[in-house]
Design a protein around this ligand. Sequence first.
Ligand code: SF4
Length: 312
Amino acid sequence: MTTKARSLTTQQEHDIDLMRAAVERDLALWWHQNARDLPWRFGRTSPWGVLVSEVMSQQTQMSRVVGYWEAWMNKWPDATALAKAPTAEVIAAWGRLGYPRRALRLQECAGVVSEQYHDQLPHDYESLVALPGIGDYTASAVMSFAFGERVAVIDTNIRRVLGRAFLGVESLGGSTSPVERTLAWRVLPEAAAQSVVWNQGVMELGALVCTAKQPGCDSCPLRSMCVFLAAGRPGLGERRTRPRQRFQGTNRQVRGIILQSLRDLPDGQSVVTYDKLRELWPDRAQLDLCIDSLEHDGLVEIVDGHAVRLPQ
Ligand code: SF4
């Protein structure tokens, strides 16, 4: 049995139903004692602030996001403010969060929220998931964390924890399987308020304790019930379908170097010359490829043949 199976067996459904109340109780207790005090949690920001935190946290650790999120929300506290910001400033403020196209998509999203929804995030899943750059995960997270609705939030951490704790198997990675979706909804508490704590608690447990390679089972609140632990943690960490991509020497690294050189320019300067870029990355073919791809993505403009600047 793997999480790639199409549906839960009757026996699994029975076992899950026996476990879930105790898991919910112990997990909620653990969450209240261990949740990180992140600035977008506990009702301290707007739904827009929650959305920004979720977009920034995709593929970037939450602890790294905090400083960027605070500076960003100070500068652009709502969608309208972000929509009106110069694109060069938006790209610069994204800093070293990585995958900078997310910044452009977020600004595009801000434009739609500002114009079509009068600066208020829509309060329904279908409208959220239709916004630029917003997928199933982010729409579900906003519905749960910002609006307190009962929605199964399904990300990598949640899939891993639920697969291990309730089914005793590793999540295989890739896209969410039908059985993972069924499981996430089956174990979600009925009451909306409890479902929010559940989503946050499972996700936090996956980030801090039930990690991919070295789960801290000794300190886990679910250790007395976890099916994976009881089975001897079969195949621990072996099933990750996409090994982490090497970063050194990749186009991603070169694109990051080019953007960082633009962010590092002193006030009053906006252009980095090609000669300067060659000093930073001598491989001319790769450098040219990366300049072209950044221009294609709308992240830089090419001036005077080969020099670059942030979009004006
Ligand atoms: S006991 Fe271990 S494998 Fe099970 S949920 Fe906790 S950390 Fe994960």
